[in-house]
Design a binder for this molecule. Structure first.
Ligand code: F58
Length: 797
């Protein structure tokens, strides 16, 4: 067999041709783009596999502590370019494909985006996996191999329409099915006490089957595993009797039933059936992962007391919170340890990351569903709650309430460390949702401000800027991102700044060309690219942004010759299918964009574009081309944000509130290089207590009043004038997210942005300072923090 060590383009070419022939069974004359993409992927995978084995061997030899990252979501996006970039083989691949008369960009873009996540939480998990590999930490990510990831979004007459995502229908080369790693998991049934021990006899079973994807770190020095579980029927044998009786559909029912568990990411959980399915998913992947973890531990160690020294399990939000009771069940019911020791060992192993303070997002399960699916776990949770009460007789907080199980409290009590994801958010955890638990356990809450991997979010998505950085400060910064500060002295060199500016302009021109080709919208690349890309949510306030655009449009119409700064407002993001208000905001933005973009008086100065189907690849396209990053959530609501970091790193200036990691970004890049507006978290709380706060704000700002009127009176929906009255009424009425109260200051800050943008030299200096001072936001720094404060684990490279 050809040894695929493509150190250069020739070797790469041979490796590609080898796999085209022997893995894909095609000759070059008949190969499709997909065949080329698969052949290249196999060539890269060969390189990764050797390093992967070496890493696994080292971990076993060192009997090292392993970090297990349990997450319902891994928003990994495309892996081919990631592999090529981290192995530094992108140039060789480009050259090889060109020599083979293939378009490298098109081959790479042929890979489906693995969208196994909703947003920030899932993308963070993907950045963490890459950083864990870069740092050489023995680690595994555990999650679910959803057949359908996050839905695809289309617009029909401006409305969001969802269609199923089908990434697995196209082949990809990254996963290995592990026939030997299968676990049988139970649901339901009853609990009996036999010989003093509780024995759970489930009445339903399903098998979790492992699929492994290697995750290679920077320069290929280490590779870890992402192990995703797929649900299979416990009884593989096919119901031949039903089939022979002519019941062909009935014969497949058991299989379909089992597979439901890993069928879709985040099933609609507004119905009872949806809730049951979601809890099943949570137990399914958590229990399978813990069995796998214990099997590995038992194969290496024979003293169970070593568990916290050798195993760190991180719960990415409360979705895997059942890990606490499940681990106690394994240790107590199955291994026979005393209950209190089981709790202590489990707590020594577990860490819990909280990603939201929104009360509606903190998971609670009805006792009834819990009892039906996990009767033994419910008993264990009650005992955990009792033990906690005994240890803290004055405690005012419980895990259980009549009829409910509170997963946030359960996670907190069962973890030795609980962390927030930005300084502000961690502080608020201590004063709001976990106030009482923090009082009882004052050392448990720690902060780990999020970060992003610079390999994907700079080197891969913005190669020209990466090249300029390397030419300026040399190699090494990609694994030591704080070295970006060495750029600072160069920013005052006009020639250097010209190079930086030219890169931003080229990125913008490329995006403009793509938007014209793919979406038929013409934009002037010299205009300011003002970008808000994230999930749609009232707290993220896309409606504040569009309201400002409407007010600006009205003002330009009044006074077209006032020297306006040309601006393209770009939106992208998905709304949850059942979140009707958010979907109406999308529709309003689309309707307003039609009116505004068609206005010949104003469209030299203002355009609004909502790009459909936001995903990781679209983010990679937009972020390097952005001038302005919109981070405008109601203060106190965005736990951290990570898009905000990607923008700053790529030389966009932020307009933002003092929310989440914006606070730390502003501290790092300097307040003079950040457009701050809006109320603080404390002011938000106080403002809400004022009766008629929205009406007051509207009464003092005629611009705001006029913009709301336009929304209300059907300016953007002439065929159905009342279409957006409810949005107008919301903003002018209860206005929980304080759109009206923050509008005036947002407008002021936006005009300061306009003025600053007119001085391009100064703007670009500020942009470059954002890049130079964003090194702290590398996920390598975040992972080092977890290693130190939460996992107490070491790196092996
Ligand atoms: C996000 N949470 C936070 N949740 O909103 C964001 O501030 C933070 O930067 C990020 O986590 C990483 O810490 C988030 O993305 C979800 O996607 C939920 C998943 C489960 C269903 C409800 C949404």
């Amino acid at each position: 067999m050809l040894k695929s060590t493509p150190a250069d383009a020739r070797a790469m070419r041979e490796a590609i041709l080898h796999h085209l022939t022997y893995s894909m069974g095609k000759d070059a004359a008949h190969a499709t783009r997909q065949d080329w993409r698969m052949a290249l992927s196999h060539a890269v995978r060969d390189q990764i596999t050797d390093r992967w084995f070496a890493s696994t061997r080292k971990s076993y030899e060192a009997k090292a502590k392993r970090v297990y990252y349990l997450s319902m979501e891994f928003l990994i996006g495309r892996l081919l370019e990631d592999g090529l970039v981290n192995l530094r083989m992108l140039d060789a691949a480009n050259e090889a494909l060109t020599a083979l008369e293939q378009d490298p960009a098109a081959v790479i873009a042929d890979e489906p985006d693995a969208a196994l996540g909703n947003g920030g939480l899932g993308r963070l998990a993907a950045c963490f996996l890459e950083s864990l590999s870069t740092l050489g930490v023995p680690a595994l990510g555990y999650g679910i191999r959803y057949e359908h990831g996050l839905f695809e979004q289309k617009f029909e007459y401006g409305r969001q329409v969802e269609t199923p995502e089908t990434w697995l229908q196209q082949p990809h080369a990254w996963e290995f099915e592990r026939a030997e790693a299968k676990y049988r998991l139970g649901f339901g049934g009853s609990v009996a006490v036999r010989d003093g021990r509780s024995v759970w006899t489930p009445d339903e079973a399903v098998v979790a089957a492992a699929y492994d994807t290697p995750v290679v770190g920077w320069q290929g020095r280490w590779a870890n595993t992402l192990r995703l579980w797929s649900a299979k029927p416990a009884n593989e044998s096919f119901d031949l009797d039903s089939f022979n009786a002519g019941d062909y559909i009935g014969a497949t029912a058991p299989e379909a039933q089992a597979r439901t568990i890993s069928r879709v990411l985040y099933p609609d959980d507004t119905t009872e059936a949806g809730k049951v399915l979601r809890l099943k998913q949570e137990y399914f992947f958590t229990a399978a992962s813990l069995h796998d973890i214990m099997r590995r531990f038992d194969s290496e160690h024979d003293d169970i007391a070593l568990l916290p020294k050798k195993v760190a399990v991180q719960l990415n939000d409360t979705h895997p919170a059942i890990a606490g009771p499940e681990l106690v069940r394994i240790l107590h019911d199955e291994k026979g340890l005393p209950f209190d020791q089981a709790i202590d060992l489990a707590r020594g192993v577990l860490g819990y990351t909280n990603h939201t303070l929104l009360p509606e997002a903190l998971e609670r399960w009805s006792e009834d569903i819990f009892h039906r699916l996990l009767p033994r776990h419910l008993q264990i949770i009650d005992r955990i709650d009792d033990a906690h009460a005994k240890a803290h007789p004055d405690r005012k907080v419980t895990i259980r309430e009549p009829g409910t199980v509170k997963m946030g409290e359960l996670s907190f009590v069962m973890a030795h460390r609980v962390n927030g994801v930005s300084a502000l958010h961690t502080g608020l955890m201590k004063t709001t949702v976990f106030k009482e638990l923090d009082r009882l356990h004052p050392d448990r809450i720690v902060n780990q401000t999020n970060g992003v991997t610079p390999r994907r979010w700079m080197l891969s998505c913005n190669p020209s800027l990466a090249e300029l950085i390397t030419a300026t400060i040399g190699d090494g910064w990609l694994s030591d991102l704080e070295r970006l500060t060495e750029l600072e002295p160069n920013i005052s060199d006009p020639e250097w700044l010209r190079s930086f500016t030219a890169i931003k302009r080229a990125n913008k021109a490329e995006l403009a060309a793509w938007m014209a080709a793919e979406h038929g919208v013409q934009v002037d690349p010299a205009a300011m690219f003002d970008v808000q890309i994230k999930r749609l949510h009232e707290y993220k306030r896309q409606h504040l942004n569009i309201l400002e655009a409407i007010a600006l449009w009205q003002e330009i119409r009044d006074n077209p010759d006032a020297g306006w700064t040309p601006r393209i407002k770009i939106f992208a993001g998905k709304a949850a299918p059942g979140y009707f208000f958010a979907k109406d905001i999308i529709r309003l933005i689309n309707d307003a964009s039609r009116v505004i973009n068609d206005d010949p008086v104003t469209n030299k100065y203002l355009k609004v574009i909502f790009l459909p189907n936001y995903n990781v690849s679209l983010a990679e396209r937009l972020i390097p081309a952005a001038d302005l990053s919109e981070q405008i959530s109601t203060a106190g609501k965005e736990a951290s944000g990570t898009g905000n970091m990607k923008f700053a790193l790529n030389g966009a200036l932020t307009i933002g509130t003092l929310d989440g990691a914006n606070v730390e970004i502003r501290e790092h890049v300097g307040p003079e290089n950040f457009f701050l507006f809006g109320m603080t978290a404390e002011e938000v709380e106080a403002r809400r207590r004022i009766d008629g706060h929205a009406a007051q704000a509207i009464a003092t700002d005629p611009r705001l009043a006029r913009a709301i009127d336009a929304v209300r009176n059907g300016t953007f929906s002439p065929t159905e004038p009342g279409r957006y009255a409810h949005i107008a009424n919301n903003i002018a009425g209860a206005d929980y997210f304080l759109v009206s109260s923050d509008f005036t200051d947002y407008w002021r800050a936006q005009r300061a942005v306009d003025a600053a943008f007119r001085d391009q030299d100064q703007w670009m200096r500020m942009a470059a300072l954002n890049t130079a001072r964003s090194g702290w936001f590398s996920s390598d720094r975040t992972i080092r923090g977890y290693l130190r404060d939460v996992w107490e684990a070491e790196t092996l490279v």
